[in-house]
Design a protein around this ligand. Structure first.
Ligand SMILES: O=P(O)(O)OC[C@H]1O[C@H](OP(=O)(O)OP(=O)(O)O)[C@H](O)[C@@H]1O
Ligand SMILES: O=c1cc[nH]c(=O)[nH]1
Ligand SMILES: [Mg+2]
Length: 225
């Protein structure tokens, strides 16, 4: 079972995904290895999404010897991957190995860490840059962000997409590590979103970081001080 339902979310159970996540959680893993790990994780998640969320169809083909029926994955031409800057950039690079023909959207969404969480456990999110392709009802939209913590970022991104674009056939939220609070917030904000994560962690600390988590994914991937 490639992707298993766990309450309001689903988990990528592939052993290689779990292995990769263990490596990037490790504080000893330095920037280049961290980024490469996110790329590999994105690729594995992409294959699991194809296997667990996309359909196949039969088609007649000729082998060098005879005619036969073969299976093809449907909808690989109708995929939109949305990169939630910064941390998702290596994650999306990996996803693109599974969906080389995907159209891409980019949105910069950053938490105002100085403001901190409000009483509802939400962060103010600033969005400076949004470039989204047209979305059709045939599309599978994958919004990729390695960390789903309070859900403030993802709720903001989903607002942009659902308020301005045609509703796609599949709306997937893909994370590497999710906190229960983020899963609740996103599933309440967007019941149609199919939340898929490699791990569902224990909790958030007072600064809104996922525990055990992997630290600040953007800073670890891009090494800002
Ligand atoms: O669920 P939330 O509480 O919104 O937290 C998750 C967001 O926080 C981090 O982004 P950040 O704002 O640190 O930007 P960065 O990716 O550039 O580091 C992370 O990359 C997610 O986008
Ligand atoms: O743990 C967390 C929470 C939000 N953003 C991160 O990068 N890490
Ligand atoms: Mg960050």
């Amino acid at each position: 079972m490639p992707i298993e339902q766990r309450g309001d979310a689903s988990v990528v159970t592939h052993a290689l995904a779990r292995d990769e996540l263990t490596r990037i959680r490790n504080v000893e893993t330095e920037q280049v290895a961290f980024r490469k790990g996110l790329v590999r994780l994105g690729r594995i998640c992409g294959y699991e999404i194809i296997d667990g969320r996309m359909e196949t169809e039969y088609t007649e083909i000729q082998t060098p010897l005879t005619t036969t029926m073969g299976e093809r994955v449907k909808g690989l031409e109708d995929v939109v991957i949305v990169n939630v800057l910064r941390a998702a950039t290596p994650f999306v690079e990996g996803l693109l190995k599974a969906f080389p023909r995907a159209r891409q959207g980019v949105i910069s969404a950053s938490r105002d860490e100085d403001a901190g969480m409000n009483d509802d456990g939400e962060f103010p999110i600033s969005v400076e840059y949004v470039k989204l392709p047209e979305i059709t009802e045939d599309d599978t939209v994958i919004i990729a962000d390695p960390m789903l913590a309070t859900g403030s970022t993802m709720a903001t991104v989903l607002d942009y997409i659902t308020s301005e674009k045609t509703e796609p056939e599949n709306l997937l939220v893909l994370a590497a590590v999710s906190a229960p609070e983020g899963i609740v917030r996103v599933s309440e904000a967007q019941p149609d979103a199919d939340i898929i994560s490699v791990a569902i962690d224990d909790e958030l600390d007072d600064d809104g970081f996922i525990v055990p988590g992997l630290g600040d994914a953007g800073d670890r991937a891009f090494r800002t001080t």
